[in-house]
Design a protein around this ligand. Sequence first.
Ligand code: DX5
Ligand code: ZN
Length: 220
Amino acid sequence: MLPCSQRIIAPSLLAADWSRLADECSRAIRAGVDWLHLDVMDGHLVDNISFGPQFVATIHRTNDIFLDVHLMIDRPDHFLDRFIKAGADNITVHVEANHDVGDTLRRIRAAGLTCGLAIDGQTPFAAAEPWLDQIDLFLVMTINAGFGGQALIPETLDKVRAAKAWREAHGLSYHIEVDGGVHNGTLPDVLAAGANAIVAGTALFGVPDMEAAVRHFRSL
Ligand code: DX5
Ligand code: ZN
């Protein structure tokens, strides 16, 4: 995985035109993004349903790019092997989900992937503290998970700041990823707070010139 000082741009496929998925993935790769962010939702942990392991396997089979799989599902432990087999490169699981967080993180790394831990919009930073020394990526949801196109919740940036301070205080090196409501207007505050991995759906797949959007994201 890239160093946590590196700016990482990861468009969320949730915002892509699903009637032209192959073209949309090619468009993102041509635009120079670093990762594809795949939002898996089960209708239990979040009030929406998106796609599963077969969808991830299709994206993996037809594209050569790092797949950042975000499991917004209640039982990531139960489905984990299927997402590993599908070709995920990173798997991020939620602290709010119904599983043994430490065990799930260990299993992800044991399979040779990088592992991430996510906290949702209303979850306090302290909920993640027990596992911050066991992860490669910490995802701070800057909205309440479930739907693209929402407005960033400014208070969540305090958790990004806390994550950066914790990382420095404990000599760790996890990426700090943000997800939800990130666009040209909110990105400066997000970067100032300490995030380096940027997920965006609407602001990247939702614009005609993704290459220009990616260039602008990198310039800030
Ligand atoms: C929603 C997903 C986010 C979402 C971001 O829970 O996790 O990745 O797609 O979409 P935007 O960037 O449009 O807020
Ligand atoms: Zn996501």
